[in-house]
Design a protein around this ligand. Structure first.
Ligand code: ZN
Length: 366
């Protein structure tokens, strides 16, 4: 492959096609990970792309293949995820480059420190007429392990709503204020947190998490007057997710009113679900079936680079079983046999794409 590092720090290798004017298939995942992580999240997908090109043994296809190892997918340093894949689709602007890390160093400066030139970001963009994007990634959850299956085809990446919910009451003396005269923000929040879990359990596929709670003033002998809770809600269907968020918001108001509290609801972001391309999903399904493995389809509850690429070109993803569902942890692993199945499916996928993409009428449109 012809290899370069682009201005966002993505490492990219191109396996040329039989013709110079051919379209290009992108195969990628991310190179970075989180602190105290495992060895498979992200980088397995990059290695598998390289391995697939290697398996061609120099054979030229009707399309070129570019393997992309994306930088900064997790957003650990700057609190902003997907910087590498955003650069590839032209979604890195001056405001993003000016974002600072904890020490005040900006993304543009960090790129310079790494020996790259942030002013050349436009060179990172994918060029004309992409054929599609394929990503291999560990599942990072327990579903395939429970099913006893090696791989799954991803049909969509779920949508996500994130909000800060603050219950406000009155701080007071823990010894002198009778129970019926209290406006305890933390007990109001606690009732609502139980309600979040109960409601999420009633809706298939919905996950809701209250991952952080801060009570103030935060002393053992003071009734909490303020309590802030984070809410993270995800579902593959946007209408279902939005309806669930509305219900949780009503429940917070009802609980607050009954307890003499007020509630402030601050939406942080709402990301719509991102569907993978139906034709590529079908092609990947056939590719898995031809390996003899069961072609399970599932939604991804986590965000991936594929959701950044999907609005710009047909995209597809294949999950590899994660033993025990353990990820973002040193015990994260993958089974050699599962990776072999995924690689065989990848080879089948390339074969079918090579058969269909030589015609004048391209089989895939975004
Ligand atoms: Zn990842």
């Amino acid at each position: 492959m012809r290899v370069r590092v682009d201005a966002a720090g993505n490492i990219r290798g191109v396996h040329a096609a039989a013709s110079d004017t051919a379209r290009r298939l992108y195969i990628g995942s991310h190179l970075d990970t989180v602190p105290h992580a495992g060895a498979f999240d992200g980088v397995l997908g990059v290695m598998m792309g390289i391995s697939l090109v290697e398996s061609l043994r120099g054979r030229r296809l009707p399309f070129s293949i570019e393997v992309m190892g994306f930088s900064e997918e997790e957003g650990v340093r700057f609190g902003i995820p997907f910087i590498g894949s955003r650069a590839v689709v032209g979604d890195v602007d001056a405001a993003l480059l000016a974002a600072p890390d904890a020490s005040g160093r900006t993304i543009a400066q960090a790129i310079g420190d790494f020996g790259l030139d942030a002013s050349r970001m436009a060179d990172a963009r994918v060029t004309s007429n992409p054929l599609g994007y394929l990503e291999f990634h560990i599942e990072q959850g327990p579903v395939l392990d429970h099913l006893g299956q090696p791989v799954a085809i991803v049909d969509r990446i779920v949508g996500r709503s994130y909000a800060d919910v603050t219950f406000v009451g009155s701080a007071g003396h823990a010894g002198t204020t009778p129970m019926d005269a209290r406006k305890d923000a933390l007990t109001g929040a606690a009732e609502w947190i139980g309600c979040v879990e109960a409601q999420a359990r009633q809706i298939g596929g919905l996950v809701a998490t209250t991952g952080r709670i801060d009570a103030a003033p935060g002393a053992a002998n003071v009734i909490p007057g303020h309590c802030r809770v984070t809410l993270d809600v995800r579902h593959g269907d946007d209408a279902t997710r939005n309806a669930a968020v509305d219900r949780l918001r009503s429940a917070a108001r009802e609980i607050a009113a009954r307890r003499g509290l007020t509630v402030e609801w601050l939406p942080r972001f709402d990301h719509a679900a991102v569907a993978m391309h139906p034709a590529l999903v079908a092609m990947l399904t056939r590719a898995v079936e031809r390996t003899g493995a069961t072609a399970t389809t599932m939604s991804s509850g986590a965000g991936h680079d594929a959701m950044i690429l999907a609005p710009h070109m047909p995209a597809a993803m294949l999950f590899v079983r994660t033993p025990g569902g353990v990820s973002h942890h040193p015990d994260e692993s993958a089974l050699e046999g599962d990776v072999a199945v995924a690689l065989a499916a990848g080879a089948n996928f390339l074969d079918e794409l090579a058969g269909g993409s030589g015609s004048e009428d391209p089989p895939l449109q975004p």
